[in-house]
Design a protein around this ligand. Structure first.
Ligand SMILES: C[C@@H]1N[C@@H](C#Cc2ccccc2)[C@H](O)[C@@H]1O
Length: 437
């Protein structure tokens, strides 16, 4: 073990009520809204082929032009109730909203920079009404905050000189002040989602990141912060030099999902996912493949089957409305969740052998086992190999309680026989098990 002052201070999962609630969410939503939403990935009739919220880094777009977009920011059709209703209908249980992305523009009336929403034609705070609307809809709110801030003169990518460190110390104070402001203005917030912490300046600030983490949890008990905030004594992020997770959950799964349970290292984690191939802020042109609702539902099932949560990203337009494709996706996922949420909420990993037909989840409430089926074999029989000493007593379709025939095979294995083989969408089978031979 490497001696560390600023490594993980807890080994293993958080087990308090706030974290248990986080663990049971299953499905979440991410929302990226900012100045980049105005451009939608385009400038001067050219399309930026990177992630739309990174357009300020495009060499064809002068920084001054981008930074002056605040003069045009006016989401006239923004209605927090509409955003909350969409999320509720989709079946999400937590939402993460950008308060400040890498460009440094604040969607709340920050008193620590004029680069904020009160200086725009819209003038009004967006974060407060959103936190209220989601909270009233019973959806927990998390605030995304980018440490990297391209607008702040004291931001540094690295600390090479004394002057760098003097400036970055001012920047760290600015950061702490803004975070204190967010938690004070929006006390309903359940957690902070940090981003923009990959540069050397922050990697060299492990002691500060540790003290900031502890300070934020002191002023906001129960606050949930993932592994993207901290760096250890040697600049390691997510996992310290001894391989221990620094954070309440692993926050590294951005547009990727663990291959199996081993890859989760037994930690809490969630996967954040874009509907297009890449790009989090609104883009007029979705490049590459657009994930279908069924692809997203399969990712959801896989994440929950591996003890994680799955978070789908939406990028509203500059006027505050969502593109049709995103509304349709939310509707489709919501329709599936209305029938099958029992296999997703309060559910997690089951240590049975993974089969080709889909994913197992096990309820953390009553131990019920669910088969989320995506691939029905030609023979219409779904193989199940329960763990030793567990045997299948009954199998039935969640959607209509129709009992299915369970055919005993060698040992403890069974075939669940499907009378109807031409399923048109993913479905769930509930298994009731018993102990014994
Ligand atoms: C949650 C996501 N993190 C941000 C990023 C990034 C990024 C930066 C460099 C290389 C690869 C990815 C994206 O802009 C979005 O906010």
């Amino acid at each position: 073990q490497v001696p560390l002052q600023h490594g993980a201070h807890r080994i293993g999962k958080r087990t308090d009520a706030d974290m248990n609630r986080w663990r049971d969410y299953g499905l979440g939503e991410f929302i990226h809204m900012g100045l980049y939403s105005i451009l939608g990935g385009d400038y001067n009739s050219m399309h930026y082929d990177g992630a739309a919220e990174w357009i300020r880094s495009w060499n064809k777009l002068p920084h001054e032009v981008y930074d002056n977009l605040y003069k045009k920011f006016d989401p006239k059709n923004f209605d927090p109730e509409v955003w909350a209703r969409m999320a509720k209908n989709m079946g999400v249980r937590y939402v993460t909203i950008t308060t400040k992305h890498h460009d440094g523009f604040c969607l709340w009336p920050s008193k620590y920079t004029d680069f904020n929403i009160t200086k725009t034609p819209y003038k009004k705070d967006m974060i407060g009404p959103l936190v209220k609307a989601f909270d009233q809809a019973g959806i927990d709110v998390y605030l995304y905050f980018s440490v990297m801030d391209w607008h702040q003169a004291d931001w540094r990518y690295d600390l090479k000189t004394v002057a760098d460190s003097v400036a970055f110390n001012r920047f760290k104070t600015f950061t702490k002040n803004q975070l204190t402001e967010l938690l004070t203005l929006y006390p309903q917030t359940k957690g902070l989602w940090f981003d923009g912490t990959w540069d050397n300046s922050w990697k060299k600030s492990g002691a500060f990141s540790d003290s900031l983490d502890q300070y934020l949890k002191k002023i906001h008990p129960g606050l949930i912060i993932g592994s993207r905030l901290r760096a250890d004594d040697y600049g390691n992020r997510h996992f310290d030099a001894n391989g221990h997770l620094m954070g309440d959950y692993e926050q590294g799964w951005e547009r990727k999902i663990p291959s199996d349970y081993t890859a989760t290292r037994g930690n809490d984690w969630d996967c954040i996912m874009t509907i297009p191939q890449n790009g989090w802020g609104y883009s007029k042109t979705w490049m590459g493949h657009w994930k279908t609702p069924y692809e997203l539902i399969e990712m959801l099932a896989k994440c929950v089957s591996l003890d994680g949560n799955f978070v789908v990203n939406f990028g509203p337009k500059g006027d505050g409305t969502f593109r049709k494709k995103e509304l349709q996706t939310a509707d489709s996922i919501g329709a599936w969740m209305k029938v099958n949420h029992e296999a997703i909420y309060n559910a997690g990993y089951l240590n049975w052998t993974k089969q080709d037909w889909g994913y197992y989840t096990r309820s953390r409430k009553d131990g019920k086992i669910y088969m989320i089926v995506f691939n029905v074999p030609i023979n219409g029989a779904l193989k199940v190999s329960p763990a030793k000493k567990e045997h299948i007593k009954k199998a039935y379709l969640l959607q209509d309680n129709k009992t299915l025939h369970v055919e005993a095979l060698d040992g403890n294995d069974v075939f669940i026989q499907l009378e109807q083989k031409n399923q048109q969408e993913p479905f769930v089978i509930v298994l009731e098990t018993g102990q014994g031979g």
